[in-house]
Design a protein around this ligand. Structure first.
Ligand code: QUE
Length: 347
């Protein structure tokens, strides 16, 4: 039994409690395995009619995967690293294809791996404390866990903005982008959860609790973002951002500065990934995530990025190569090849 994630059965409702608050519920391999096993059993159990996932932390739903543990195994790909990502991606696919309502109650930070266990469910309920990000380019990784599938389907190339900057979306923008299905208030969440757990009708309960937030900052800039991220490469987008004048010039300058701090290799991999994900179904998309993750485990930047952001916390990663112009296109293409062990096996 794993005490970092707990499972409850009340009547026909199964509840998953993420309970690793000191690490903002960052997903360990044991948590991933426990959730996958329980969801597999609940999918087949006619006594379970719905599943709710929520957090014991007031601050975070889930900040990501336990990438510190992945890094601690050293440069890879190590079999345990590959197994962690493979199991995590299979869990993401299980949630995407879950045969019953899967309701994520997301109150607080939801990044990376947290997106993978909430955004693919049938109901994504979030509060005014919701903060979404796919920040992996900051640690030399890429938006995995089915995040590329989601980002590539957001309106107005906002997914490219999110993926290449690691930038955040608040509740209003996430609702606008289709990530969140219902905006509710944190104060109302206990009552909503109790009603859903007791078997109240899902759509009516959520519709009655939902509110319409004030428009968010990203939706307000959607047309500019669409234009600024319309180039055919990362360098092309940076050129558009650098050339921007007028109302969005400050936004463009800050955005370009953020992108320039990210791993050049991660940026190029992410750009090509988002380009491809738009025309792949979910399962092919997550198989692509597995190919890329496998290859990134052999790269320099992931280990350096986790060191700089999460281990030493100097926030001064020394990327290799350090400049976008020095990224070899052949190296980038290699991230999309089938790994020696074959593609991710999905049930
Ligand atoms: C980018 C990321 C992650 C991140 C920060 C980034 C990520 C992740 C965590 C994280 C946060 C708090 C913890 C923890 C991990 O931070 O994936 O163990 O306590 O899991 O800039 O991709």
């Amino acid at each position: 039994m794993n005490d970092e994630v707990r499972f409850e059965r009340q009547g026909a409702t199964g509840t998953i409690w993420l309970d690793r608050p000191k690490a903002l519920n960052a997903l360990t391999h044991a948590m991933v395995r426990a959730m996958d096993a329980t969801l597999s059993a609940w999918a087949a159990d006619p006594g379970v009619a719905r599943v709710i996932i929520r957090s014991t932390s007031e601050k975070a739903f889930c900040a990501g995967g336990d990438v510190r543990a992945v890094r601690a195994l050293g440069p890879g790909p190590h079999p345990d690293q590959v197994a962690f990502f493979s199991d995590e991606y299979r869990l993401n696919a299980r949630i995407k294809h879950f045969p019953k309502p899967f309701i994520a109650l997301v109150d607080g930070i939801c990044m990376g791996g947290g997106v993978g266990i909430s955004a693919h469910g049938s109901h994504r309920v979030a509060t005014e404390k919701f903060v979404f990000a796919m920040p992996e380019v900051a640690i030399g990784f890429f938006p995995d866990v089915g995040g590329g599938h989601v980002l590539s389907r957001m309106p107005s190339r906002v997914g490219f903005y999110c993926g290449l900057t690691g930038g955040r979306l608040g509740l209003a923008d996430a609702l606008w982008a289709g990530l969140v299905t219902h905006a509710v208030r944190t104060a109302d969440l206990p009552e909503i959860a109790d009603a859903l757990t007791a078997g109240a009708p899902i759509e009516a309960t959520l519709a009655a609790a939902a509110f319409v937030p004030e428009p968010g900052p990203i939706a307000a800039r959607a047309a500019a973002i669409d234009r600024l991220f319309a180039a055919e490469s990362v360098a092309g987008c940076l050129a558009l951002l650098d050339a921007e004048v007028g109302d969005h010039a400050d936004f463009a300058r800050e955005t370009a500065e953020t992108i320039r701090a990210r791993s050049p290799t991660s940026l190029c991999v992410t750009f090509e990934d988002l380009r491809r994900q738009g025309s792949l179904d979910f399962d092919d998309g997550i198989r692509l995530d597995h190919r890329i993750a496998w290859r990134i485990l052999a790269d320099h930047d992931f280990f350096e990025g986790v060191r700089a952001v999460l281990v030493d916390r100097d926030n001064a990663p020394r990327w290799q190569p350090a400049a976008l112009a020095d990224v070899d296109p052949v190296e980038i293409e290699a991230h999309f090849a089938v790994p020696p062990g074959g593609d991710l096996a999905l049930p």
